[in-house]
Design a protein around this ligand. Structure first.
Ligand SMILES: [Ca+2]
Length: 360
């Protein structure tokens, strides 16, 4: 019966597919896009795509010449490395070492300096290696960079965090959860550790209205309704439910609470815990908008918080930077590329613009 049902579905699918094929290809691809959305993992909106006619040997030779050039030919290094994907850069590094018997990353480190060096070295890491290194950087040594830690742990998807934990162990021979626990305390630690446990449900094709209602009510009962806050309830709901489910929960929540979820967080909790919940909720609603706002804030702040700008652009260029750019333009009435042009300069500006791709 199930098989017949599936066959019928496929028949209708292809029937309509071919029927509409010549009428509106865009409609069909939108439909297909929605189908992939339902499978679970988040769709990608990269600005960096694999370079066509890619020749790692030719690129390696160009890098070698650029490094050897008196005063270093930064432009060529940018043209090559900022227009290749991570896996292509790995191939270039391999070809480089085969040709010169030297490690390309070491050679780049010696040849470059400042912000450009930071970006290039970031690009020589995979997205999860880069994320793991940024997290490590925020907790190692004396003190903790809570702001970075919050951005990294509260904005990454469950799948990304699973990968980051694995890579963190490989790179630093340490357990991410233990490191986070060692550097944070109280409810803030509890929330971050719950996220690092990566217990979030996969999005389900079936909408569970009862559970949505129960979660909305539980969030209200644990916060705005009572004196004090039952933070554990908030943490378990926000760290274990799927993102599409939570969006519906927050919507439903407005029927129970006179304050929306964001306002409730601001009323109920303080400090790093508040910041973390706010980043989480913003990312559940629209992660790319969160990054767009953060970029805008960082770029327009005095002394331009370059670290934040670099981190978001390097870590998201093969994930969702394209969508971040469109959210940016829609929100600020100016493209991210224009803001970069106004607030940065030199080689740093050139490489950021390359990574963002054309202003569309
Ligand atoms: Ca309360």
């Amino acid at each position: 019966m199930g098989g017949l049902h599936t066959n019928l579905m496929s028949f209708f699918f292809f029937f309509f597919f071919f029927l509409f094929r010549n009428i509106n290809m865009a409609l069909v691809s939108e439909f297909l896009g929605q189908l992939t959305l339902n499978v679970g993992s988040e769709p990608l909106y990269p600005t960096l795509l694999p370079a066509k006619d890619f020749d790692p040997d030719r690129d390696a030779a160009r890098i070698e010449t650029a490094i050897k050039t008196k005063g270093v030919d930064e432009q060529t290094i940018i043209d090559v490395l900022a227009r290749r994907t991570y896996s292509q850069r790995r191939e270039i590094a391999f070809a480089y070492e085969r040709k010169t018997k030297k490690d390309m990353i070491t050679a780049l480190k010696a040849a470059l300096s400042g912000s450009l060096e930071t970006v290039i070295l970031g690009l020589m890491k995979s997205t999860s290696q880069y994320d793991a290194s940024e997290i490590r950087g925020s907790i190692k040594g004396l003190g903790t960079d809570e702001e970075t830690l919050i951005e990294m742990l509260c904005s990454r998807s469950n799948d990304e965090l699973v990968e980051i934990k694995k890579v963190y162990k490989e790179l630093f021979k340490k357990d991410l959860a233990k490191d986070v626990a060692g550097d944070t305390s109280g409810n803030f630690a509890k929330l971050l550790l719950a996220l690092v446990e990566t217990k979030r449900d996969e999005p389900s094709a079936v909408v569970d209205y009862e559970k949505i209602d129960a979660d909305a009510r539980a969030l209200y009962d644990a916060g705005v309704k009572i004196k004090g806050t039952d933070v554990n309830t908030w943490i378990s709901i926000m760290s274990q439910r799927s993102v599409p489910h939570l969006r519906k929960v927050f919507d439903k929540y407005k029927g129970y609470s006179p304050y929306d979820m964001q306002e409730s967080i601001e009323k109920e909790v303080k400090g790093d815990l508040q910041k973390s919940f706010l980043v989480l909720v913003q990312c559940f609603e629209n992660k790319q908008l969160y990054f767009a706002k953060r970029l805008n804030e960082a770029m327009k702040s005095k002394g331009a918080k370059e670290k934040i700008v670099t981190r978001i652009i390097v870590s998201r260029c093969e994930v969702d930077l394209k969508k971040i750019c469109s959210e940016y333009k829609a929100t600020f009435g100016q493209s991210l590329q224009q803001t970069i042009t106004e607030h940065t300069k030199g080689d740093y500006q050139k490489i950021l613009l390359n990574l963002c791709g054309p202003d569309q």
